[in-house]
Design a binder for this molecule. Structure first.
Ligand SMILES: [Zn+2]
Length: 461
């Protein structure tokens, strides 16, 4: 166990172990980085249980963080495990609600403090009321589902089951140039195979008229405007934090332009609807992002009925809110867009779901995303999307992976933000545990030779 010099300085050793656990948890959740502010604020809340005045020990807390920061990620995981189970600390379930994978690849349920590879549980959800939790899985039907989709939908499904709530499967189909019917079907088949039955299945495109109404409302409130600048100018202005002259147009002008856009009177790239954010905001997601753009391609379900399509930035918050979603999970790369998500809902006076991030799932040495797999297919290195070497659901199925193994594997990773890249062997080890008890073992001898043994003494056997 790690021992820092500061342990002698803070009189309460239980508090020292608590600070170490808080720091390690912070590193495991956030890219192996320990944030002093986070550790300090959490330590304050625990110090109420002690007679220590934390302000007197800030230098020692910094020392603890500094020492722990020198450890590798695996060393941090082991130390967290060790301290949690054997240390003397104040932490209850709240800080320990994640499942930590040890270096050996075995999984340990830290919450219960016991090794248990069959009953993984996700940490409790803040603000969850039994019977009222609504989660959603919003895949874009622009490719075949893979293990990353499985992780997302399993988390959504497990939470809705845990709280007796519902799960919405919502095809986020607002980019006709990339979406195809075969992908809607492949995603539905993938969920069937995973034995996940959504309470409701719908498409974002079902709600186009509602979404147009919310766009009108934003323009009426002067929170959105039509921009006619060329794409390269918009890009340059956004990176330089400069507003264009379109921002000065009146609400009436913008409303009229928006109606013309809805009616399909403009060509692709001729104009877009932008959110009125803040072009100087350090968070570039807030620099007047696009809410609607013109796409003239035929939609797989609606054909050419619409040509003005909402972006994910606009459709996701509005749809989540309209669908009554209480807890919306999405991968960590959307973290910077949370501010925009809530700003749009505030402007539209809509209910705000709770956003929860989790790390994207990648395998060591195996491409997971469509972006990485597509070139392998296009160049003929891999012929089909169900190739058993690929982590697509069809590929995993052909590889002999059981859906229950995927579920256990995903739950073992929990919903931490740390970027772990587990190896395929871990998924396979879950699979073996499921298959082992029911598998028939057969042996064969290649090219057998018949052997006759005469006069063998019975006691020589
Ligand atoms: Zn403009």
């Amino acid at each position: 166990m790690w021992k820092g010099s500061c342990k002698r300085l803070i009189p309460d050793t239980k508090l020292v172990d608590s600070i170490k656990l808080i720091s390690l948890k912070n590193a495991l959740d956030y890219d192996n980085v320990i944030k002093f502010d986070v550790v300090l604020s959490k330590t304050f809340s625990y110090s109420k249980k002690t007679s220590c005045n934390i302000k007197d020990f800030i230098p020692q807390i910094r020392d603890i963080i500094s020492e722990l920061s020198k450890l590798s990620l695996d060393e941090k995981k082991n130390l967290y495990d060790d301290l949690y189970n054997h240390g003397n600390h104040y932490l209850g379930n709240r800080e320990s609600g994640s499942l930590i994978r040890t270096v050996s690849g075995e999984n340990k349920n830290v919450e219960s403090g016991t090794n248990n590879t069959s009953n993984f549980e996700l940490p409790p959800l803040d603000g969850a009321i039994y019977g009222k939790v609504v989660t959603r899985f919003p895949p874009e039907p622009n490719g075949y589902p893979h293990i990353g989709h499985a992780k997302a939908v399993i988390i959504d499904n497990e939470y809705s089951k845990k709280y007796g709530g519902s799960l919405i499967l919502r095809f986020d189909d607002t980019n006709p140039s990339k979406e195809k019917m075969e992908y809607y079907e492949a995603i539905s088949e993938g969920l069937d195979w995973l034995n996940i039955k959504p309470t409701v299945t719908k498409n974002t495109s079902d709600d186009m008229e509602f979404l147009y109404d919310y766009a009108r409302k934003l323009v009426q409130k002067n929170r959105a405007y039509v921009c006619v600048c060329p794409p390269d100018v918009i890009k340059t202005n956004r990176s330089n934090g400069i507003s264009c002259s379109c921002t000065t147009n009146t609400v009436d002008y913008n409303l009229e332009k928006l109606e013309n856009m809805i009616q399909g009177k403009y060509q692709q790239n001729e104009c877009i609807l932008r959110y009125r954010g803040d072009m100087k905001n350090l968070n570039t997601a807030m620099r007047d992002p696009t809410l609607y753009r013109i796409v003239k391609d035929s939609h797989p379900l609606l054909l050419n009925k619409y040509s003005l399509w909402p972006t994910y930035d606009f459709a996701a918050p509005v749809e989540d809110s309209m669908d009554g979603v209480t807890h919306a999970f999405r991968t960590k790369e959307y973290e910077l867009r949370n501010e925009l998500y809530y700003a749009i809902l505030s402007d539209l006076e809509l209910n705000k779901p709770q956003l929860i991030e989790f790390s994207r799932l990648e395998f060591q040495g195996i491409p997971v995303s469509k972006r990485k797999i597509t070139p392998l297919i296009e160049t003929g290195i891999i012929k089909r999307w169900d190739d058993p070497r690929l982590p697509t659901l069809m590929g995993l199925k052909r590889r002999g992976i059981m859906p229950e193994a995927i579920r256990k594997f995903v739950l073992s990773l929990s919903i931490t933000l740390s970027e772990t890249k587990p190896s395929m062997e871990i998924l396979e080890s879950f699979n073996r545990k499921i298959l082992d008890p029911t598998s028939i073992r057969l042996f064969f001898v290649k090219d057998p030779i018949e052997v006759h043994i005469d006069k063998l003494e019975t006691d020589s056997v």
